[in-house]
Design a protein around this ligand. Structure first.
Ligand code: SME
Length: 137
């Protein structure tokens, strides 16, 4: 039954759905706080394999969002100095924090091969997704 699949499998399905349905989402994944450490650990994702399976807080777009608690929209990754390149094809990125009981416990990370592709529609959709994810984890 659908209700019996694990949280990991559910998050994997969310990544797959977003990646399949939205043409400017070329890498979709989750990072979560790694235990008590001030670092993020890669969770379920769809897209190219990445070297960044562990990201210290403060490093890259993801590490900055872990500290700022705010969504980070990057229209052009080449204009960022604190950025961790995942794929040379990536042009833009959006990272949105996921809160559970008021605590920033992780994030959804989306890379795009299109420059400046993200609009309010993406922000609204991802807010909805992050709220739903927060309920199931
Ligand atoms: N670009 C991210 C690293 C993660 S990869 O995009 C999957 C960053 O700068 O934090």
């Amino acid at each position: 039954f659908e209700g019996q699949i694990s949280v990991e499998e559910k998050l994997q399905k969310v990544c797959q759905l977003l990646s399949d349905e939205i043409s400017h989402y070329n890498w979709v994944g989750f990072y979560f706080k790694n235990g008590d450490k001030n670092e993020l650990k890669l969770g379920p994702y769809v897209g190219a394999e990445t070297d960044h399976t562990i990201i210290p807080y403060g490093k890259g777009i993801c590490g900055q969002v872990a500290e700022s608690n705010e969504t980070f929209v990057v229209p052009d990754v080449y204009a960022q100095d604190n950025y961790l390149a995942c794929s040379i094809e990536t042009k833009a990125e959006i990272v949105m924090p996921i809160f559970k009981n008021g605590e920033n416990i992780g994030q959804i990370d989306i890379d795009s091969h299109t420059i400046d592709p993200f609009t309010d529609a993406d922000t609204k959709l991802l807010e909805y997704i992050c709220n739903k994810v927060s309920e199931i984890i």
